[in-house]
Ligand binder design. Structure first.
Ligand code: BG6
Length: 473
């Protein structure tokens, strides 16, 4: 559905862009920082996180570029092991100083800091000590980390994201560490429950310590389409939404497990341990907003219960056609969408899917929404005259923003857009080969070169989008 008139975005809309600490900062053992699980587990075939985009040493220069771009907000994450090198206990003043200086620089340039507390990077020492997210011991440590952040940064930071993509940590096991002797699915649901408790505790603490702040999750979501109008496929798509979206969002907003999922978990013997007070805690911590990371939609069809279970195999190399879809017998199996173009990593490009998803979330939860990630990973080429002509990225973002504008007209309370990513950084799956930024970083996976910053064509396009408050896309 289209409307006859085109409205601009709201005047106070956050024109932002996003990064995360381990993908962007580098300096991974500098000034007291220790390693996180993601530093250790990132695919060794690509760049490691030691230098990344060297933001740790160039934050002033980078903020100047944000200003030039016209950004009114910036989403970034805080490295837990830079603030607390032992996971808890003594606070690393140099870590605090780094983020304080960054935030002061942003504020001085009228850029609102939007801070993610946890973006895949548990301190490795906590993983070794008690198994990280598999143990409830992590709750006290996470709450302590939040307390340190609210204490030191709460005066300046008024928008917080608790946990980035709990949904994907659950779906893509390379973002977590698991033990060998318990069934994987059981471990995933236990960790998911513990992580949701951590999220709820962070919300409650934030309300106590920084009462004028807003806080919510940033969750990776893809709407599921049925492959055909066969009733079994329609049902499979609804089930896929339940298992891949609503299990997380209902827990966040309503503090409850969906009945069908709970019953499935019980029958499979994979339901998480619920202790006294858990559900009351979850119910008492409704978020102020939902952050949505959206890259693509998915297609599913019915999977007969006689099929074998299969995990999704992601395409990490960027050679089209390498993705293998997951199969959950009796529930659903993934499939491909013949109506959509795909990136080289097989991600299906579906701007309309974003509008559909935003409307679904709005109808169900009636909460403000911010797009915390959206973008296109591609191999970019630097020309001899130092340009990057990334028209494909402009097309991708422009079409997605158009759907955001329509969603606002539909009634969605969308208050910001944080494309992924402000600058090139390490792709979690594919290093520097797969770039997302508005600004090119002159390095490859194996050669850090001079790490020079070069604005791409998309930089100038986004600059104009911001200048016209989204009227010219
Ligand atoms: C999201 C993450 O999953 O998608 C980011 O929050 C990630 O950390 C982004 O980089 C793109 O994924 P990838 O695998 O291409 O880096």
């Amino acid at each position: 559905m289209r409307y006859k008139t085109i409205n601009p975005f709201p005047n106070d809309f956050f024109w932002s862009a996003a990064t995360s600490a381990y993908q962007y900062e580098g300096g991974y053992l500098e000034d007291g920082r220790t390693l996180s699980i993601v530093d250790k587990n990132i695919n060794p075939a690509y760049a490691d996180t030691s230098v990344a985009s060297d933001h740790y040493h160039r934050s002033k220069e980078d903020v100047a570029l944000m200003k030039e771009l016209g950004m009114t907000a910036y989403r970034f994450s805080i490295s837990w092991s830079r603030i607390l090198p032992e996971g808890r206990g003594e606070v690393n003043q140099k870590g605090i100083d780094f983020y304080k200086n960054l935030i002061n620089e942003l504020k001085a340039n009228n850029i609102e800091p939007l801070v993610t507390i946890y973006h895949f990077d548990l301190p490795a020492c906590l993983q070794e000590e008690y198994g990280g997210w598999s143990s409830r011991k992590v709750l006290d440590d996470f709450v302590y980390f939040c307390k340190v952040l609210f204490e030191h940064l709460g005066e300046q930071v008024k928008y917080w994201f608790t946990i980035n993509e709990q949904s994907n940590m659950f779906l893509l096991p390379y973002l977590m560490e698991f033990e060998d002797d318990t069934p994987l699915e059981k471990q995933k649901y236990e960790m998911n429950h513990i992580m949701t408790l951590a999220h709820a505790k962070a919300i409650k603490l934030c309300r106590e310590m920084v009462p004028d702040a807003k806080i919510g999750p940033a969750i990776g979501l893809s709407p599921n389409y049925p492959e055909t109008c066969r009733p079994e496929d329609i049902q499979a798509a609804k089930v896929a939404d339940d298992f891949r979206t609503y299990v997380f969002t209902d827990l966040y907003v309503y503090g409850s497990y969906r009945k069908n999922i709970w019953r499935y978990m019980e029958e499979q013997g994979i339901n998480p341990t619920i202790e006294e007070g858990d559900m009351a805690l979850l119910q008492s911590a409704k978020p102020d907003f939902i952050g949505v990371n959206y890259y693509q939609s998915r297609v599913v069809k019915y999977a007969p219960s006689t099929m074998e279970v299969k995990d999704m195999a992601i395409n990490a190399d960027g050679n089209k056609g390498e993705t293998e879809f997951e199969v959950l017998p009796g529930l659903y199996q993934g499939s491909s969408n013949p109506y959509l173009e795909k990136t080289d990593w097989d991600w299906e490009i579906d701007p309309i899917g974003l509008r559909t998803l935003l409307n679904e979330l709005n109808d169900r939860y009636h909460l403000p929404i911010i797009i915390t990630e959206n973008g296109m990973g591609a191999v970019d080429h630097l020309s001899d005259d130092e340009k990057v002509h990334d028209q494909y990225r402009i097309d991708y973002l422009s079409k997605h923003l158009e759907q955001c504008r329509l969603a606002i007209d539909d009634g969605v309370q969308l208050f910001g857009f944080c494309p992924w990513s402000f600058m090139d950084l390490i792709s979690t799956t594919s290093g520097f080969r797969k770039r997302y930024g508005f600004v090119y970083v002159n390095r490859t996976d194996n050669d850090v070169k001079d790490l020079r910053r070069i604005p791409k064509d998309s930089f100038y396009w986004y600059q104009n989008v911001i200048k016209t408050n989204g009227l010219e896309l």
